[in-house]
Design a protein. Structure first.
Length: 765
């Protein structure tokens, strides 16, 4: 939930706002429409016995980073956004504002205006005793004004003088604290059993909370049932994206107060579905839960387990055709296979990518205001993109802007991952610009006296490209003859053209493994193919609910990162079958007995015993440079304990040098819960790196220990150069050897020339 608001807006644009039940507030298909549409009063549901829940939206979670808001004279307004699920209606809304106004603001004349969807709903007047102090006020909001997508906008009307004011004066400010919040009480709405709104209510794009969707089986699922659930989990993950997702697993029982997915065949079904008529085709059905009409079940049913696969493939590939209370899936044909590195959420690496393809919502590449907000783009890259020797990434930047009144130092600044790269002047004569720039991997900053080299700009799996249009402010005030001249500020308009492009094509794919950071944050190496066509998942026989939930959470996380369901993933519970398949292996549960003595494995966790290899030089960051001697195994420690423990370990496949294995292990049900929580938490995933990660109650700790290997392809000369680049002594020795060899060749050549010349002179005599 602590993500950029632009991501939330992006997904809302693709969501239909059709009402599920009457009465409902008027809705809009886009944020812009939601903000401009007239507010319509909506009556609450007539059923007073419908369930209620309280929701608290903290500004620290939904406000732009860093979570607090500062309003200034040049940037007088800011906003937060929130959505309301289609199966709920707001019955009470209370906005609590914690604010500190500047002591220079004039009382009464300075005010804070509060808008809901551009309708004024509250006004806070700054009094003399409030200036410079922490204050708090509460504003009730009529819940009938709240629709499916909402913006709360705060606007400062600040004055520090009665005459001759400068709107850019630094004394005009008001801080809105992180403790500010919006308290909502929401009431459940009765929904029709209609799949035309699917994936609602099981996933609602207006809900910014992490998706939690229980999956129910009659008992421990077999391989085919686990594969069906994994495909569906990855599809829901591709919908949830930045929100996060988790899939608790239940056997023969329904969750309380939650929608759920239920898998059943004619022969195997939970007890609460025993009276359900048998089906003769793969069927997807939406019905109410037996004891709660406000909670729905998505029934995935079939004659046998293979029908369950067909049903979930029908959901993943034919979602737009679902309608009515139930739908049968006649057939699903997977025609053209996907290519490597073509995940929908990743930047194209086979050609130039335009900014229009990277934009996630309308008007993302535009800005307005006295000081326009930064324009940001997210670049998701394959983790194995080899950029070590690249001098830079070409970017063709086209932009337009309103001209400054004079040559005043206004500029466009470009940042990558919060590191400054380049700036361009905003001139007073030109209203458009076009720059061919290079994203440097090592950037030199020069002046008249020296050259400074700053560290390489790191391109990771997820990168932020930011464009700041910084306009200089013109100060206004009294003139020499005592007259006061004031200028009404005019908003600036800036646009980064969607024809702008960035080029990541032509680079090879080569990465040092094991890298649990690449797995946790990009699903690599399994995400190399978005449909997981070259992935084999190995699970235990008769798995417990925690292990199955870990399987679903892992594939849901990969689906969120690639934006595509795992339609071609393969599963097995027989380790011997892994030898015959050319695939990357994902182990859920326990390590096979013949692997536990493998020297490549640096961590083992099971119910009986646990041990870990520790390196000669422990480090606390993935980016810290390590040599082979630093990573060597210094000790192995085994410990028995009754505390819960989860772990993730990566190593090279024993069957292929170019294949990898990632094992997710736990020693207890609580250990599985810790592991699942870590996979859901983005901050804990960021702490996973190296070859082994340990998950305890206190958090996640990782180690880089043991030998490494490389996955991908580089020509032999580039591999040699890459190895030499990491060993400067050897590089210097090789350079000396090359110079000596060249000198020897020149010396021998000169000797040959001298001999021929002397032999010619002898013949002349």
């Amino acid at each position: 939930m602590t993500r950029k608001l632009s991501w939330f807006t992006a997904l809302l644009l693709g969501t239909a706002s059709l009402a599920h039940a009457a009465p409902q507030p008027v809705t809009a298909d886009t944020p812009a429409a939601a903000a401009s549409a007239p507010l319509t009063l909506a009556s609450p549901p007539a059923d007073a016995s419908a369930p209620l829940r309280d929701s608290q939206l903290l500004f620290s979670q939904v406000a732009p980073p860093p979570g607090s808001i500062t309003l200034r004279g040049t940037q007088p307004d800011s906003q937060i956004e929130f959505g309301v699920r289609s199966d709920e209606v707001v019955t009470r809304a209370l906005l609590t504002l914690s604010y500190r106004p500047s002591p220079a603001l004039l009382p009464v004349q300075s005010q804070l205006k509060v808008y809901l969807n551009d309708e004024l709903v509250g006004l806070v007047t700054v009094s003399a005793d409030q200036a410079g102090k922490e204050n708090q006020t509460q504003l009730p909001i009529d819940p009938r004004f709240i629709s499916d997508f909402n913006r709360v906008r705060l606007e400062l009307v600040g004055h520090y003088a009665n005459v001759c004011e400068n709107p850019a004066n630094s004394t005009i400010w008001m801080d809105i604290g992180k403790e500010s919040r919006l308290d909502l009480t929401l009431q459940k709405l009765p929904l029709k059993n209609d799949l035309s709104h699917f994936p609602e209510p099981f996933f609602d794009a207006r809900d910014t909370r992490p998706l939690q969707l229980p999956m129910v089986f009659s008992g421990p699922p077999d391989l085919t049932q686990q594969r069906a659930a994994a495909i569906l989990a990855s599809w829901f993950g591709s919908k949830a994206q930045w929100r996060g997702q988790s899939f608790p697993v239940l056997y023969n029982q329904l969750p309380s107060q939650q929608h759920a997915v239920v898998f059943a065949t004619n022969a195997q079904r939970p007890a609460f579905l025993q009276n359900l008529p048998p089906v003769d085709k793969p069927t997807v059905q939406m019905i109410s839960q037996p004891d709660n009409p406000y909670q729905k079940m998505l029934l995935i049913t079939g004659r046998d387990d293979n029908d369950l696969i067909t049903a979930v493939e029908g959901i993943a590939q034919g979602e737009l055709l679902l309608r009515g209370e139930s739908a049968t899936i006649d057939e699903v044909k997977l025609l053209a296979p996907r290519q490597a590195y073509d995940a929908p959420n990743w930047v194209r690496t086979d050609r130039r990518t335009t900014f229009g393809e990277l934009a996630q919502y309308a008007n993302q590449l535009q800005g307005d205001g006295l000081q326009p907000n930064p324009i940001s783009l997210t670049l998701n890259l394959p983790p194995d993109l080899f950029l070590v020797r690249a001098r830079g990434i070409d970017m063709d930047l086209i932009y337009r802007y309103t001209s400054p009144q004079q040559q005043d130092g206004s500029r466009l600044a470009v940042h990558l991952n919060n590191q400054f790269m380049q700036d361009y002047p905003l001139t007073s004569k030109s209203t458009a610009g076009q720059q061919l720039m290079r994203l440097p991997l090592i950037q030199g900053l020069q002046d008249n006296s020296r050259q400074l080299t700053i560290p390489a700009l790191r391109l990771g799996a997820v990168n932020q490209l930011r464009f700041n249009f910084d306009y200089a402010n013109t100060f206004v005030g009294g003139t020499a003859d005592g007259r006061c001249e004031t200028v009404t500020p005019v908003d600036h308009h800036v646009v980064v053209d969607d024809r702008s492009s960035i080029d990541f094509s032509g680079y090879r794919h080569y990465i040092e493994m094991p890298s649990l950071g690449a797995f946790a944050n990009a699903g690599f190496p399994y995400s190399r193919y978005a449909d997981l066509a070259q992935t084999l998942v190995l699970v235990g026989v008769q798995p417990d609910a925690g292990a199955v939930s870990t399987l679903l959470n892992t594939l849901g996380n990969i689906g969120a990162q690639t934006g595509y369901p795992a339609l071609r993933v393969q599963m097995s519970d027989d380790w011997s079958k892994a030898r015959a398949q050319d695939a990357d292996l994902l182990l859920i549960g326990t390590l096979p007995a013949d692997l536990q003595g493998n020297p490549s494995i640096n961590l083992l966790v099971d119910r009986a015993r646990s041990w870990i290899n520790m390196p000669a030089r422990p480090v606390s960051a993935e980016s810290a440079p390590l040599t082979a001697s630093d990573r060597r195994v210094e000790s192995q420690t085994g410990i028995r304990s009754n505390g819960p423990l989860g772990a993730i370990v990566g190593f090279q496949s024993p069957f292929s040098d170019q294949r990898s294995v990632v094992a997710l292990l736990a020693d207890s049900p609580r250990g599985w819960a810790l592991l699942n929580n870590a996979l859901l938490d983005s901050s804990k995933r960021a702490a996973m790196y190296g070859s082994a990660s340990v998950v305890r109650e206190s958090g996640v700790a990782s180690v880089r220990v043991g030998d490494t290997y490389f996955v991908g392809h580089l020509p032999w000369w580039e591999r040699v150069w890459n190895q030499m680049a990491t060993h400067p002594v050897w590089l210097a020795l090789c350079a000396v050897a090359v110079v000596l060899l060249f000198a020897l060749m020149v010396w021998r050549l000169m000797r040959m020339v001298t001999r021929r010349r002397l032999s010619g002179l002898d013949e002349d005599e």
